[in-house]
Write a protein that binds this ligand. Structure first.
Ligand code: TMP
Length: 212
């Protein structure tokens, strides 16, 4: 049995990643593949429990380093119990966010640093990288309008951080993609859901070669 492929969708808030992850998983299933659709933080019971702690924190909330550790712990459980077993049995895994979210949010915007986040990932998840990371890139003004429509004033502890924090997240994602053009596909997230879906599928299609 060939190992499956691991695809992560990344981007800031309100880029439509969750919808696009679902549509990508459906399109790959339609190609006859066994597909596991999952998300971070989350994907296993333990990681979903940590998600709750992260997005609705008790007491005074988490400091940047504690937050980075919690994301790494959630990811470790997710990788060990869901992602690796799925890939080993030949399934394709589509994940709504993965380690580059920790690098951008905690490492970049949160100030923990890229080296520290990568070190946590090495310990927690053997440094697992997706076969392809699709960065859904959306104009910040469009994102602000989408978020106002989606969240009103109900955003979570991380999504609700200031514009400066989220601008730093966007800058970090673009920097990662520029530094690793083979590992990333940057997709324009503007336009209709169908247009974005077609761009993402075109970016993923080369991975399908040789799997038929
Ligand atoms: P979601 O809105 O895509 O479900 O993600 C939940 C929030 O968690 C979102 O604000 C991004 C944030 N996040 C991090 O800060 N670091 C991470 O490693 C991950 C996976 C998500």
């Amino acid at each position: 049995m060939n190992r499956g492929r691991f695809i992560a969708l990344e981007g800031g808030e309100g880029t439509g990643k969750s919808t696009q992850s679902r549509l990508l998983a459906e399109a790959l299933q339609a190609c006859g593949l066994d597909v596991v659709l999952t998300r971070e933080p989350g994907g296993t019971p333990g990681a979903e429990a940590i998600r709750q702690l992260l997005l609705d924190p008790p007491g005074m909330g988490w400091g940047a380093r504690a937050e980075a550790l919690l994301f790494a712990a959630a990811r470790s459980d997710h990788v060990e119990k869901l992602i690796c077993p799925a890939l080993e049995r030949g399934a394709w895994v589509v994940c709504d966010r993965f380690v580059d979210s920790s690098r951008a949010y905690q490492g970049g915007a949160g100030g923990v640093g890229d080296e520290a986040v990568r070190a946590l990932h090495a310990v927690g998840s053997d440094g697992l990288r997706p076969d392809l990371t699709v960065l859904v890139d959306v104009d910040p003004a469009l994102v602000a309008a989408r978020l106002a429509e989606r969240d009103g004033d109900t955003s979570d502890a991380i999504g609700g951080r200031g514009a400066e924090y989220h601008a730093a997240v966007g800058t970090a994602f673009r920097r990662f993609a520029e530094g690793d053009p083979r590992g990333f596909a940057v997709v324009d997230g503007g336009g209709s859901i169908e247009e974005v879906q077609a761009r993402i599928f075109a970016a993923v299609a080369p991975l399908l070669e040789g799997t038929a």
